[in-house]
Each structure stands twice: as C-alpha cells, then as structure tokens.
Design a protein around this ligand. Structure first.
Ligand SMILES: [Zn+2]
Length: 172
C-alpha cells in the first residue's frame, strides 16, 4: 500500500499518467516551470535545429497513437524515447523532456483530445469495477440499494459518454 499522508485520503479511479504519477495534479504546462518540447516549438516548429520536421513528426505520432486509444503513459514512453534519441541533441542546451512533462501536455493541453477521452473512458471502467465490488452485503447476500443506484448512475453516464464518442468518431 502507498504511504498516505494526512492530506492524501483519496485516490484516483484511474491514474492517467500510470501508477507512479498517481499524485500528479492536472494542470496546464504554463502553470509549471518545466521544459515542454511541444509548448516550446508549437509557435515555430521549424526552429528545431534540424532539416527534418521533428516537431511535426512527433505531433503526428502522438495523434496517431491517440487515435488508437493508447494510454497516456504508453504514448509518453514513445515520445520520451524518440525525443531523447533523435531530437534533444538538436535543441539548444539540450533540455530533458520528462515523462511527467509529456503526460501533462498530452492530457491537459487540449492538443490531443483523443488522449484525454481515452483517459476518461478508463476512469469510467475503473469506477464501474470499484463500485461493483461494493454492491452486495456479505452477511445477507442482498444488494445494497444506495450502492446499486450509484452504480447504475455511473453506467448510465458511461453509456452516454460512449455514445457521444461514437457519434463524432472521437472528434468532439
Ligand atoms: Zn506543453
């Protein structure tokens, strides 16, 4: 079990950035003083010191993996490897782009909506599994009505969420 401090009495139903980033607070890159390759070169992609469109290639990869509904942590691993092996060397001062910074950008910037949507879908499925675990009273074997109502409410909302994704092909 993780070590819970006094102010850490709640947990996410689904850790968007993977287990290690359970405590990561959702916030945009601009709120954090940490290098972000996507933010740094968004306005001027060609400024990366190479003839190849390194910025565009990486955005395309993230968009593609997002369209395949890959998890944010999985996409971040790919971007982290490619940035470190092929891009970092072309940038002045060669700053590190951390996995945490990558995840922050791809989930919170609004640039990759499918990554965010996939995260919400995982939150719903984990929430449903957690609520299912508390549906019945062990001693009586009876369904706990309040929990059943909350469970059905989650499922109903999830069905609506999936329908909205299907209607727009994921491009909301
Ligand atoms: Zn960013």
């Amino acid at each position: 079990m993780p070590d819970h401090g006094d102010e850490d009495l709640t947990a996410a139903a689904y850790a968007v950035g993977g287990h290690s980033s359970r405590k990561t607070q959702p916030m945009p890159c601009s709120a954090v003083d940490e290098f972000c390759f996507f933010c740094e070169f968004e306005g001027n992609p060609k400024a990366v010191g190479s003839d190849t469109d390194l910025y565009g290639n990486l955005v395309d990869l993230a968009t593609h993996l997002g369209s395949l509904h890959r998890e944010a942590a999985h996409i971040a691993n790919h971007l982290y490897e490619i940035y470190g092996s092929s891009i970092q060397m072309h940038i002045e001062n060669q700053p590190e782009w951390t996995r945490e910074s990558i995840i922050r950008h791809i989930t919170n910037s609004g640039q990759f909506k499918t990554v965010f949507d996939t995260g919400v879908t995982h939150m719903f499925t984990n929430l449903i599994a957690k609520q299912n675990a508390d549906l019945c009273d062990i001693s009586t074997g009876m369904v706990i009505e309040d929990n059943r109502r909350a469970f059905c409410d989650t499922v109903k909302t999830f069905v609506g969420w999936r329908a909205s994704l299907a209607k727009t092909g994921g491009n909301r």
